[in-house]
Design a protein around this ligand. Sequence first.
Ligand code: 4AD
Ligand code: MG
Length: 445
Amino acid sequence: MENFVSIIDVKNYVNQEITIGAWVANKSGKGKLAFLQLRDGTAYCQAVAFKPNFIEKYGEVEGLAKFDQIKHLSQETAIKLTGVVKADERSKIGYELDVTDIEVIGESVDYPITPKEHGTDFLMDNRHLWLRSRKQHAIMLVRNEIIRATYEFFNERGFIKIDSPILTGSAPEGTTELFETDYFGQPAFLSQTGQLYAEAGAMAFGKVFTFGPTFRAEKSKTRRHLTEFWMIEPEMAFTTHEASLEVQEAYVKHIIRAVMTNQAYALSELDRDVTVLEKYVTTPFKKITYDDAVTLLQENQADNDYEKITWGDDFGSPHETWISNYFGVPTFILNYPKAIKAFYMKPHPTRDDVVICADLLAPEGYGEIIGGSERATDYEYLKTKLVEFGLSESEYAWYLDLRKYGSVPHSGFGLGLERVVTWITGNEHIREAIPFPRLLHRLKP
Ligand code: 4AD
Ligand code: MG
């Protein structure tokens, strides 16, 4: 609206009178003083109203009325506020406003989320309002920065962003976790991954990445699983898996560095220990094979309470947590058993039982943040895999075509945005890493 200054920019107006549009996040008062905590989405600031100033400016009757109105503003009232910017070192942004005038734009009566503690279900039911809180604001700033840094990283390296479809006829990540819908009388599925389309893109454009929502009908109720999450999936032609691992490490480090540089405010609001993040940027990531990880887990079984593991089992989150904490830095687990991975992964050249792939585990108990692999390039091999996985050959005919016309070694990976947001913000649960989470028992708001 007319010449409103954003709170984040008030520093440019010291000792000047400005007008802002904001919501009242909180307020307090003492005698002749009223304090408003204001937010406008860019930042928070405090505004102070001093009763004698109002009487002097507007006279006894109008001045008292205005001051009284300020004192009684309720939480989340939207206001237009005019005031003089004063430097104030006690304030988080270094400035506060000396109020000279105020106008209510939108009333707010009985706002449900008060500064007291609320239960998770209550907050989730009110997610549309919960987003206004300081913590949620900080998390969304980090999410936004990761997205920005993602485009920056891949654009700087010559990747083209391609958009994969959401409605598909395929089930590349397993047939048990599909959301099915009716597509004019024929079954369609919400996309589990953009990868197969990214592979077509890589054969067309060399280096590509997709970034979009993906869906898994996972019946698991954990702090790491959403049914709808956003995935970044780079795919590179003429690229071995080792080269892909280098891209993955550089990319994750780029994201962390970007958040530390551009969202120091958000990290401090979230009380995130940045020395830990700094270590991830400066230390090489660890690499260990699945075989060795299983042995390591077995050797340490006695001192830990994770479930017993034998070769061939997939890791549960306690195993992932233990491994990545053991090394203290993000850790790649290489070459998983073929039987527990997707059909499209390249078989190992000298071993029949494992595939050329890696999962990247984040430390501090955040689990898998990336799944990636070199892709099988052989037409006949992939055809047998489709049969083995119970996938329809006609549905994947176009995918097999990629192995028919100039098949080349290629690799790629998928990074789960919300897993990374949860990790970098140091948050407990993945539900706060996305504006409107979709979970096993939640489709609203
Ligand atoms: O390991 P996933 O299933 O790999 C793929 O989908 C491959 N097609 C990726 C590729 O190679 N292009 O999923 C990749 C990542 C996981 O590492 C995890 O970070 C995230 O996606 N992820 C989830 N995040 C939130 N909720 C879920 N239910 C998730 N499932 C996977
Ligand atoms: Mg995976």
